[in-house]
Design a protein around this ligand. Sequence first.
Ligand code: ATP
Ligand code: MG
Length: 451
Amino acid sequence: MGLLTKAPRGTADLLPAESHKIQYLETVFSEIARSYGFREIRVPVFEHTELFHRSVGETTDVVQKEMYTFNDNGGRSITLRPEGTAGVARALLEHGLYSEAMPQKFYYQISCYRYEKPQAGRLREFHQFGVECFGSASPAADAEVIGLANRFFQTLSLDNLHLEINSIGCPKCRAAYHKALKAYFTAHIDSLCDTCKGRLEKNPMRILDCKSPVCSAIAAKAPVILDYLCDDCKEHFAGVQKNLDVLSIPYTVNPRIVRGLDYYTRTVFEFVSDAIGAQGTVCGGGRYDGLVAEMGGSALPALGFAMGVERLRLLMENTGKYFPEPEGYDLFLICADPAAFDTVSRLTAELRDMLLNVERDLCDRSVKAQMKYANKIGARYTAVLGENEIQSGSVTVKNMHTGDTASLPLDDFADRFLSLLNDDSLREWSDDTHAPQTGGFTVLDGGKKKD
Ligand code: ATP
Ligand code: MG
């Protein structure tokens, strides 16, 4: 295939047959985020390159290998966002939101860009749902943010995911830890990859996150930060665990989690699954108490998480979880005579004004071919409009699943059809046993339930 008909490597189209799945996840996520007091923020797809160097960190894989960076026509260095936190923190500073009442809580649903080797669950353009909470140092905030992610996964009935937490301390406790790490890795320096050799002096913790098999085998036996935490960080980590216990959120402490971005401090966590292959981390997050100051603001404790939407979807599909059906068609209006054409046009528009999903023929098909098409798209009802119907002033609508028919007056067709549909929906709604119990989610579409 030529370049004109092939999308760039590592990108994926979302076709109408699948887009409803992502819409469902987006709706559930945003409703839960709002119930936790988060409000949506939208930030640009690109930022000044400097922002990511400063926040994500010069020695991270993301900055060293994965960014889409280019000069724009004005000669500025621009980078497509590899993650969401930096842009949100930048927006907080730019708009002075740090002087508003705390905490400031944001959620987002964004695309991200990383030049990586594409494979299952790893793309070059991918999507994240995330939250950021600024202004609270309390371990209860950590538990709330983790609790939000946990609630989301529970709502989707995802049981094949477990929570792992760790503390990676603060700059104070890291000084001693860095020393120990340096001593350990120096003893293995000849086996480390070239990138990690360079990291040894600047940022030895980054070696713990290297994907090369040799480095990760060496890293597996390195000293762990938990043994080096200062008293304040220890107390905070104990507080996080206590607050998770209060909320009955199960977790395990994994002292090997460090996360791939430099800005993390204290709590880090991941939700991991073994049902989606090697890229098992669906959600990662943690505290980044130093980031806002690093970017030039006053010190402001903060934390957040981001989850990969493609990995989430993969996990849902691989473990057979519920997705709603794609939205169907309520009615196909068949035009059986040129004399009825304008009436079909008017009725279609009127029904669509009521937000019903209505289709009609736009390809000059025969009645038989229109019927076939209505079947193909799975229209729930059909109605044939010809000369007879115009003259008699009534139309027969047919339920394509039950074969039931009803005669409706043309001059009140839209309202009468809507009541017919609602009566049907009530019956089906009470029969529906597939949807998870999620409380008041509009996404589950109680009013216009499709079969
Ligand atoms: P990994 O170790 O798998 O590379 P990461 O630590 O780089 O992940 P984060 O920067 O923490 O990932 O991003 C949060 C989440 O975004 C990840 O847990 C994952 O679900 C998702 N994610 C990250 N990179 C990609 C990618 N290239 N393609 C798809 N999803 C991704
Ligand atoms: Mg990565």
